[in-house]
Design a protein around this ligand. Structure first.
Ligand code: BDR
Ligand code: CA
Length: 312
């Protein structure tokens, strides 16, 4: 599988990259950075650092959007630390980002490899929305899109109703959901919050030798402390790694096929992922009234947590 990763590292984004790098059947063709967990200059440097650590410095990193489409920049240092990697990002990267933007890189690679590439989006969807403005045919050019974002039948995390990635750029997320991607899988909090990496998982990480495991242990402390204060139990939630695991093995999850939208105007609910979830009998005179003209996406609703945590 050949993939483009759009990411805002971010501790769980880092774990997702570690996971991808260990998969023999996955080739990371390129990375795009985006604002979200930290500002884009920080997530760009972190993308470069992480690829260097993984021996993947040949993978191009393109800088992404500096801010959301229609709201001020808001970042999440309280969750991921000022450097986005729990205070342990490390020295400046040796490598540099490429000259084109993340949106331009995505469009160019999709045009050069029609029907061949999977897009894995682990942060706010600003770059993907900008790419759709540059190339409206993008949905036909990508083989598959997997997005980490949203909370459909469970509460949000950054607000009561909104999940962080969609809340950081609601307009961009809504454009992506409206773009007509034929194979769009969304991994939201409905499954990621079920996939808590607990003390036993952290103990296993402590037993692994080598520089990547050591780096992983260093960066995870701040994030795990945040999750312990948020959830009241030790461990952390590896949202983005679960998206990787399900991209590689879709049978790890079950799905609802839904036409999805983002709440853009709600005073308390801006950024919320919405769908018409009413039970409506076939042929019901009550028409579905949310996003009814959109292409349905696969939204994950259950996951085999034990298998995921073993693989992660
Ligand atoms: C998402 O937001 C960020 O904190 C994580 O990196 C993940 O992509 C979870 O809501
Ligand atoms: Ca992320």
């Amino acid at each position: 599988m050949r993939i483009i990763v759009d990411t805002d590292p971010g501790v769980d984004d880092a774990f997702a990259l570690f996971y991808l790098a260990a998969e023999p059947d996955v080739e990371i063709v390129a990375v795009g950075s985006v604002h979200g967990n930290a500002p884009t200059p920080v997530t760009t440097a972190n993308s470069l650092r992480l690829l260097e650590l993984l021996g993947l410095e040949h993978v191009p990193v393109a800088r992404g959007a500096l801010r959301p489409l229609a709201q001020p920049l808001m970042t999440a240092e309280a969750v991921h630390g000022d450097d986005g990697l729990g205070g342990f990002a490390g020295p400046e990267p040796r490598t540099e980002p490429v000259d084109e933007s993340a949106a331009e890189q995505l469009v160019r690679l999709a045009r050069q490899n029609p029907g061949k590439l999977t897009l894995l989006a682990l942060g706010p969807l600003t770059n993907v929305a900008l790419a759709l403005q540059l190339e409206p045919e993008l949905p036909k050019l990508l083989a598959k899109v997997v997005v980490m974002g949203g909370a459909l039948t469970v509460p949000g995390n950054i607000t009561s109703y909104a999940e962080a990635n969609f809340w950081h750029d609601p307009e961009a997320a809504d454009l992506v959901l409206d773009a007509g991607f034929g194979d769009l899988t969304i991994i939201g909090l409905d499954v990621t919050m079920e996939s808590h990496a607990d003390t036993a998982w952290l103990t296993r990480l402590a037993e692994i030798d080598g520089p990547i495991a050591k780096y992983a242990r260093d960066i995870v402390g701040f994030y795990a402390n945040f999750y312990e204060s948020f959830l009241g139990k030790p461990g952390f939630v590896p949202h983005d790694s679960l998206a990787v695991a399900i991209m590689i093995d879709p049978d790890l999850a079950t799905y609802r096929e839904e036409r999805l939208a983002i709440e853009l105007t709600g005073r308390h609910t801006r950024g919320q992922l919405v769908a018409d979830l009413r039970y409506l009998a076939p042929g019901s005179p009550f028409d579905r009234d949310i996003a009814k003209d959109r292409t349905p996406a696969k939204y994950a609703v259950t996951v085999d947590t034990a298998t995921f945590l073993e693989r992660h």
